[in-house]
Design a protein around this ligand. Structure first.
Ligand SMILES: [Cu+2]
Length: 190
């Protein structure tokens, strides 16, 4: 027997054990409770209400506060198109219409360049599966992210201040070479 099958049977045995524990819990929950059990139930209900109130309060306080600027009122200086596909990002000045254009853009085409301080609008999509598009500044700090989804174009506006190489990396596990997914924007000194 191959090692994979040993692992599989071990998994089956553990799964059966977990199922037995759940069955035992389900069966015991039908037994009539004593005074202590009812007290525990009241405590649990109280905790549920308190925790729900805490979560709702935290959401109310934080939900409206984005950690970055949307630049919704300004016109972007440049529009950059990002198309994710296993396993690279095409970063281009014109929309990538099909697989052929994507291949051309991801096999040695020169990187898109913008002057430092440009307000860039990224228009992000995906050609196969969902990709998480993260924009990293020259120091390797994640400064923005947006989802790349097949059939949709998501916009992200950012002012790229620091000259240097900005990496576009995938933030959603999308396949076996996910960690190699990369695109580049070059920001030149102003
Ligand atoms: Cu990906």
């Amino acid at each position: 027997m191959t090692p994979q099958f040993w692992v599989f049977y071990l998994y089956l045995a553990l799964a059966a054990l977990v199922a037995l524990v759940f069955l035992e819990a389900a069966a015991s929950s039908r037994r009539p409770g004593d005074v202590e059990a009812r007290a525990v139930q009241r405590l649990r209900a109280g905790l549920f209400v308190v925790l729900t109130a805490l979560v709702l309060a935290a959401l109310a306080i934080t939900l409206g506060r984005l950690p970055y600027t949307l630049h919704a009122e300004e016109l972007p200086d440049r529009v950059i198109f990002v198309a994710g596909k296993q396993f690279a990002f095409a970063v281009t000045e014109a929309p990538v219409a099909d697989d052929e254009a994507w291949l051309e853009a991801t096999s040695g085409a020169p990187a898109v360049e913008v002057p430092a301080g440009s307000l860039v609008e990224f228009r992000v999509t995906a050609l196969d599966v969902n990709h998480g598009v993260g924009i990293f500044d020259p120091a390797g700090v994640l400064i923005g992210q947006v989802q790349g989804m097949p059939g949709y174009v998501n916009r992200l506006r950012m002012r790229l201040e620091r000259p240097g190489r900005y990496d576009v990396l995938c933030l959603e596990l999308c396949g076996n070479l996910h960690s190699r997914m990369r695109g580049v924007v070059l920001v030149t000194g102003s």
